[in-house]
Design a protein around this ligand. Structure first.
Ligand code: 4NP
Length: 170
C-alpha cells in the first residue's frame, strides 16, 4: 500500500484558520474516500497547547463541523515531512518560505486560497481573531469550498495535479 499524502495547513496562531482548514480537508477527503494525513500548525507560539478558539469552534459547529487538536508551532521537520504545505495568508507564506529556503526544503508551499474557486487574485483566508462572529463563519465557508476543490484535484492526480489545478490568476 502506498503511503497516504501528507498535508499541513498553517496560520499564525493555529487556533482559528489552520485547524478549520485541517477539518474541512479531512471532511472532503473522507467524502471522496481519499487517504490523506492532515495536520495543522502556527507560525507563532502564543497559543501553544491550546484548543481551537471557542468562537471558531462555535461557527464550525453551526454548520456541523467539528474542529479539534491542540495548537502547535510549525517546525522544519513538519515542513520536510509534508507533501504539500498550505499557508492561510501571505504573511504565513513568507514566514514558511523563509524557513524552508534557509534549510533547503523543497516541499511545495502555496496559499490555500489558490484553490478557492470563488476567489480572484492573491486571496488570503482573512484572520478572524479580532473581528465579530461573521468573520468566523466566513472562514468556515472559505475553507469548505476550497478544500472541496483541492481534494478533487488530489483525488484526480496527487500533489502534481493539485498544483496544476491552482487558479490561473492566483
Ligand atoms: P489564526 O488566528 O492565525 O487563524 O489561528 C489568530 C489567532 C491568534 C492571534 C492572531 C490570529 N493572536 O494575535 O493571538
Amino acid at each position: 500500500m502506498s503511503t497516504p499524502l501528507s498535508i499541513l495547513t498553517v496560520c499564525l496562531g493555529n487556533i482559528c484558520r489552520s485547524p478549520t482548514a485541517e477539518a474541512t480537508l479531512r471532511e472532503a477527503a473522507e467524502d471522496a474516500g481519499l487517504q490523506v494525513h492532515i495536520d495543522s500548525a502556527g507560525t507563532g507560539a502564543w497559543h501553544l497547547g491550546n484548543p481551537p478558539d471557542a468562537r471558531m469552534r462555535a461557527a464550525a459547529a453551526d454548520v456541523g463541523l467539528t474542529i479539534d487538536g491542540l495548537a502547535q508551532r510549525v517546525d522544519l521537520a513538519a515542513l520536510q515531512e509534508a507533501d504539500l504545505v498550505l499557508a492561510m495568508d501571505r504573511s504565513n507564506l513568507r514566514d514558511l518560505e523563509h524557513v524552508a529556503d534557509g534549510a533547503g526544503v523543497d516541499t511545495p508551499i502555496v496559499l490555500f486560497r489558490d484553490f478557492d474557486p470563488d476567489a480572484t487574485g492573491t486571496a488570503e483566508v482573512p484572520d478572524p481573531y479580532y473581528g465579530g462572529p461573521d468573520g468566523f463563519a466566513e472562514v468556515v465557508e472559505i475553507c469548505r469550498r476550497t478544500s472541496q476543490r483541492l481534494v478533487d484535484a488530489l483525488a484526480a492526480g496527487g500533489v502534481e495535479a493539485a498544483l496544476t489545478a491552482r487558479r490561473e490568476d492566483a
